[in-house]
Design a protein around this ligand. Structure first.
Ligand SMILES: [Zn+2]
Ligand SMILES: [Zn+2]
Length: 270
């Protein structure tokens, strides 16, 4: 099983999860053309993308969804509430491209579970994408959490024990506080329906990590209120001091590039 990010931040987000030559996309917040270019950089053929799952209707998550689905002739998976607000934004789709889903479904041979996050959109979801159980292979799962003002109960429940994490480290509280954003926007970002702060996500990760954890990618960093260096050092400091006996020193943590794909990460099978 593998995963990576194709774009990250308020200019557009997209995550890829797959196994062998079957993949699904989580959001496509960049243009269809940029997304296809990113896939070519990773040597992933258009035919290897089997669907797009949408986390919520904000433009940095759906900008290229309609175009890409038409171009690749693939289905889009979203909840009924999201379809209601997204439909006018996506353009013309074939009936079989509109997949209305509830909490769980399968795409590209993987099991996808949606859980609610806390964000100022019509509905918003994080995901757990797992390889279905099979007898001679370990069960692997990638936990995804972006665009949430807080760590929700459901996030705790579903992300605990995942083998890899793609999680939001949106802002540094100090940078936000002393930054140039107007007060109302600062309030929105740090509010219950805004975004996750570096320390907040690190504290979540400490709860969810186990001896199975292989990789962490930090995504959706604010350009104004965070830097890759601050996000990494804050998260690493907390992971290395989890106030207990566990030590996560050797789990690689990386920051997703804003405008280009991260290298494809292969999860260890054993
Ligand atoms: Zn959002
Ligand atoms: Zn976003």
């Amino acid at each position: 099983m593998h995963f990576t990010t194709l774009a990250s931040g308020s200019s557009g987000n997209a995550i890829l999860v797959g196994e062998d030559n079957r993949n699904l996309l989580v959001d496509c917040g960049i243009s269809g053309k940029s997304l296809l270019h990113s896939l070519s950089l990773l040597n992933i053929a258009d035919l290897e993308i089997e669907g797009i799952v949408v986390t919520h209707e904000h433009v940095d998550h759906i900008r290229g969804v309609g175009v890409l689905a038409r171009k690749l002739k693939i289905p889009i998976y979203a909840t009924a509430g999201l379809w209601e607000v997204m439909s006018p934004l996506l353009g013309k789709l074939e009936d079989n491209q509109r997949r209305e889903v509830q909490q769980s479904f399968s795409c590209a041979g993987l099991d996808v579970l949606l859980y609610p996050t806390s964000h100022d959109s019509r509905e918003s979801f994080g995901l757990k994408v797992s390889r279905p159980k099979c007898k001679d292979k370990r069960n692997l799962a990638v936990g995804i959490a972006t665009d949430s003002g807080m760590i929700t109960e459901e996030m705790h429940h579903h992300l605990k024990g995942c083998d890899a994490f793609v999680v939001e480290a949106n802002y540094d509280e100090h940078m936000l506080k002393f930054g140039s954003y107007p007060e109302y926007l600062k309030k929105r970002i740090r509010g219950q329906y805004g975004h996750l702060e570096n320390k907040q996500i690190a504290e979540g990760l400490v709860e969810w990590m186990t001896e199975n954890t292989q990789r962490i990618i930090l995504v959706h960093l604010s350009e104004e209120n965070n830097t890759p260096e601050i996000a990494l050092s804050t998260v690493m400091r907390i992971l290395r001091n989890p106030n207990g006996s566990r030590d996560y020193l050797d789990v690689p943590v990386q920051v997703a590039p804003r405008h280009s794909p991260h290298d494809l990460i292969m999860l260890n099978e054993v």
